[in-house]
Design a protein around this ligand. Sequence first.
Ligand code: N0T
Length: 546
Amino acid sequence: FIGTGANGENMRPIPQLVNNNGRYSLMVDGAPYLILGAQTNNSANYPAALPMVWPAVEKMNANTLIIPVAWEQVEPKEGSFDFSFVDILLEQAREKGVRLVLLWFATWKNNGPSYAPLWVKLDNRRFPRVKTADGKTLNSLSPHFRSTLEADKKAFVALMRHLKKTDAQRTVIMVQVQNEVGTYGSVRDFSDIAEKIFRQPVPESLLAVTGKEPGTWRQLFGRDADEFFHAWHIARYVDEIAAAGKAVYPLPMYVNVALRNPFNPGEPGQYSSGGATDNVIHIWKAAAPNIDMISPDIYFRDHKTVTRIMDLYNREDNPLYIAEIGNDQPYARYLFSALGRGALGFTPFGIDYTGYSNYPLGAKKMDSEIAHFSGLYQFFGAMAREWAQISASKRTWGVSEPGDTVRQDDTVWNSQDSSGQDRETNPEDHTQRLDLGDWIAEITYGRPAFWTDPPKGNKPASGGALIAELGANEYLVTALRARVTFYPNGDQEGKSYMLARVEEGHFEQGKWVFERIWNGDQTDWGLNFTSNPRVLKVTLATYQTD
Ligand code: N0T
């Protein structure tokens, strides 16, 4: 795949998102890539911060660093550009053998223009802010002004041109356009110009996806009109920037989302209105064809909410990528749920040694929590390319341990399972079943390796399991702090069956390397996975008894 250029130099193909009949992959150097990511805290986008970043990336065993590039630093004075941070970052990333995802912090960095240059932020005439219905000015730039869009676009295009010129190595594999766009404190802009646009008919390209007859926003969308309108215009704005960047250098581009709670959403404006929350994904898809994916930022710790979010963003028209997730213990196990849904990657936020902590969203102290991720990253890192290859074409399933994640000593913010059951007593609460077609995989948590006790759950909840179908009756199985058992399903239901062969092994250069057979105690009561994950190739069989 790595071709040769006109002057004999090695040309790596540009990273690309591809859809293989509904299973997506991120192609890097011509093959599927799995992002085992680490995102820095905000404000790490200066050379002086990088020495506090790399050791954390290394400790984490991450293969990709996700880090901001700010409009204010690349265009401090209008029209004069400075990419010195980008140059230093790329050089150091290459030395470390780590790939990069750059975050374009510009018009919107969570609602506000904090990362825009002062010449933008101080000029509200040229770059107007959102006005509330009662005429107050908010610190969120309005999406309705050409002047703002053109200025942001110009800087973004300059960044992409610079990358094209300086990154033949394809160190940068993807770009996030803006950060958690949307507005807090108002559902939309109510300025005079916004009002005028709001009274115009809904654009035709949106009619097509909603199946509606022509009309105004209010006529077609009623109560949702204001939010849909804001989402549409922010998405169009972001899309135009992405399109211009791609015209210069077509890296995959995505947006991340400040989520609303899917079970208790509240009102737009209480959550970031206009961002691609679960209720407006369809609006975003219609408005922003140049945005390759819409990716959730997960700061909920409870199983029910996290898995619901993953299901909402894992769509036929949207590959799942966990753009951000909190960085303490309860979040780590959700790597299994993400990979089982074919995720292109997983990126805990706040991974650096600057000493900052975004508690209660993440860890009080990042350092003590990093081990929960680094162990998993080491394990999956050793088979990242192979997993990505399997995930590109095979069916996969992943589960994370359910139940609350409240530690015995403490309660954890945003962790309470909304179902509120007593999880100590019922083994079913620590049991998950996956329908693999011919087989059911049953996963249980918190039990000894023998038959003696029912599952009680790990304390704290921390297990997970991941399965891929390699062929008929053949599965790749890996898990953490869980037991995996199989029984026949569908046409095979009720037949006698067995684990025909359980191989422990590992991958080397895309090939499975056999190490040993699991048998006896290792298979008699199911496949017991400990804190030390293993990868197994399991062949199942049914047999005739008469
Ligand atoms: C995130 C991060 C950073 C359910 C917070 C999350 C990052 C941004 N914002 O540390 O600022 O740049 O994308 C907002 C979550 C609000 C609370 C959600 C509760």
